[in-house]
Design a protein around this ligand. Structure first.
Ligand code: FES
Length: 351
């Protein structure tokens, strides 16, 4: 269908919200509680616009497009309301951008920049919420929380771990874990979905702190090495040290929709670990020694051939791994059936 946004005719699709249609056409409207994965929350009201024929300002993240709709996101009334929302968010938190880990990767900062807010007009001096550093992988700073509810929606509706919710009331409202436990003492499984979806610096990956801002790092697409699901990853790599600093789930990952488990998101220290094996090892006289691949493969071939010759092909069995790809598993069973001539092949996931 055709709609008009800020005087420009553009295409929109049935079932899209005004915000989705605007973003798809490259028109930025500030939005903080909306995320495509958790849908319209209609909570933060940063996305308000004027729509012809509708009274008052409308949250563009919750109004569906209609043929011929005329939307204005940059009238003085809309901008004033957007500015007020962002101004109040900045006023009621400790958003010290210069020192914030999320500087340059913060949606509140983006909105403030777009609306030309250099500093909040009111400053509450008494904001001093205790940091929660009890979790192994997620750093919790409620001073930066804008109560957008994305983490609540993601934890309950997307990954369905049901750990995060809003607690307390009124001015004291804040995100809580279970019945207001510390994150490290809660039933959180540390999947990190909350840190990935948090638009500000309230929930961030603890092990990445101080190791470089996201825009300073090289983004490399990869696939998680841990299991056969094959979750798509974005690795953020420090190009000076060639070390992985952070991992996010790729939002366009066909099997994971941006979600990851604790291993895929945080278990990457093995990649550059000094103990990691880089060459095959052959044990001689009780001691391992480094060997070349040719040497190792020749040894394995000769030992297996000897066993097969002496006891027959069915004396050999083979177990494949959930950590490798489908294609590697396919090749492996082919090798066992045709090369070793036995059907004794299985996969560790059967355990
Ligand atoms: Fe629409 Fe928050 S993005 S109300």
């Amino acid at each position: 269908m055709q709609i008009t946004i800020n005087g420009n005719r553009m295409e929109a699709k049935e079932g899209q919200t005004v915000l989705q249609a605007a973003l798809a056409s490259g028109v930025y409207i500030p939005h903080l509680c909306y995320h495509e994965k958790v849908g319209a929350a209609g909570k933060c009201r940063a996305c308000v616009v004027e729509i012809e024929g509708m009274r008052g300002l409308q949250t563009s993240c919750s109004v569906m497009v209609k043929e011929g709709m005329v939307v204005k996101s940059q009238t003085e009334t809309a901008l004033q309301a957007q500015r007020l929302v962002i101004d109040l968010m900045l006023s009621t938190g400790k958003h010290d951008c210069l020192a914030c880990e999320q500087n340059g990767h913060c949606e509140l900062q983006d909105a403030a920049y777009f609306l030309g807010i250099e500093r909040p007009s009111i400053l509450y001096a008494d904001i001093d919420r205790e940091l929660d550093t009890t979790s192994e992988f997620v750093h919790v700073d409620r001073n930066k929380c804008i109560s957008c509810g994305r983490c609540v929606a993601a934890c309950n509706g997307t990954v369905v771990n049901q750990v995060i919710d809003f607690g307390m009331r009124g001015h004291s409202t804040e995100i809580v874990f279970n019945t207001n436990k510390k994150m490290g003492d809660s039933t959180c499984v540390q999947c990190g979905e909350c840190s990935q979806i948090c638009p500000v610096g309230a929930l961030i990956d603890k092990n990445s702190i101080g190791k470089g801002r996201i825009w300073e790092l090289d983004k490399v697409s990869s696939v998680c090495p841990y299991c056969g699901v094959g979750c798509k990853l974005e690795l953020f790599v420090d190009r000076k040290t060639n070390k992985i600093v952070k991992i996010e789930g790729a939002e366009d990952g066909p099997t994971n929709d941006g979600m990851l488990c604790i291993k895929g998101r945080y278990g990457y220290d093995f990649v550059g670990h000094p103990d990691r094996l880089k060459t095959p090892l052959i044990k001689e006289n009780g001691q391992f020694r480094e060997a070349t691949w040719d040497e190792a493969i020749d040894l394995v071939v000769s030992k297996f051939s000897a066993v097969k010759e002496k006891y027959g092909p069915d004396s050999i069995m083979a177990l494949s791994s959930a950590k490798v790809t489908n294609e590697e598993n396919y090749t492996f069973q082919k090798l066992i059936r045709t090369g070793f001539q036995t059907n004794n092949v299985d996969h560790c996931a059967r355990l």
